[in-house]
Design a protein around this ligand. Sequence first.
Ligand code: COA
Length: 328
Amino acid sequence: MAAKIISLGHTKPTRKISNQYFVEMGLDTSDEWIKERTGIHSRYFTNNEKASSDLGYEAAINCLDNANLKSSAIDLIIVATSTPDHNGFPSTACLIQEKLKCPNIPAFDISAACSGFVYALSTAEGFLATKKYSNILVIGVDCLSKITNMEDRGTCILFGDGAGAALLSQSDTIDEGILLSTINANGSLANILAVPKGGSKHPFNETIAKEKSHFIEMDGQSVFKQAIKLVVNEIKQSLLSVNLTPPDIDYLICHQANQRILDKICQNLSIPLEKSITNIHKFGNTSAASIPLAMSEFHNQTGFKKGDIIVLAGFGAGFTWGITIIKW
Ligand code: COA
């Protein structure tokens, strides 16, 4: 038996932010530069009242509605996020559990940055294999706008907020569902994308607030190169281990970081760009939400067909990465 996604859902905040917004805020950038170098036309930011647990809850409800199931059907909640409602605890998964009113089930967060959703899928697959769980809710949610320095033009134009959710259960056959999931990390690259201060190593204080070192800092070019190299290698290896080749892929859904990264991954795998599902132009980089958001939006609008080979590819801070190969 394999783990299978039986439903998808997503949500976005209501506040749409154009590229021009940053120009109007006084940043030395332009709509043309952002579109040309990233492919991003807009993104969504949450208002002050909303946090990751709110978006995660909305995506979960959308996912349950699409499955025609009530929250009582869920027996485990896994939330991938780098922007939990609270630093430390309680976990965002527990807050979402309370909003969903499904008490007395386990709920926990996973921290793997923009690879969080594929890490969570892989974790859910393992839990399903124990046969102790039937319906696992996996949520990818982030509000990166809340940890971004809006004066840093190298990062703030990239990120947006959103949430996506998937409900996983066991399929009756091994010939459908998750054929393979891989997760990987290389901590020696931790410094190329980080939130340097505000954690237990440098607890938040006034100096940190002034330096703005509790916000995302990134070596954009290193991230760009590592992402392409690691993802292309991992996809090639993963396909081989399930006797597939790049032409067998019907849809490739990469973490939506930069349109140029997505195009390069396709080029290096000789996959036509039409097979790459993208929505970065609308949402920017929504971190752990980006893959389920793209999957759910595509499934709503076009629909995956039985037998489609779908490859998910996550990558992000850590450095972390992972691949999920799904036969729909
Ligand atoms: N508007 C205008 N100019 C900008 C800019 C902006 N928003 N951001 C950077 N620049 C400038 C730089 O300051 C630099 O100027 P200089 O030549 O005077 O020093 C110039 O553009 C080129 O900078 P560079 O860093 O080489 O640009 P780039 O083409 O690599 O694009 C990123 C920068 C951040 C868009 C790109 O590196 C990227 O997307 N990296 C991956 C980021 C990512 O995916 N992060 C998340 C992973 S999960």
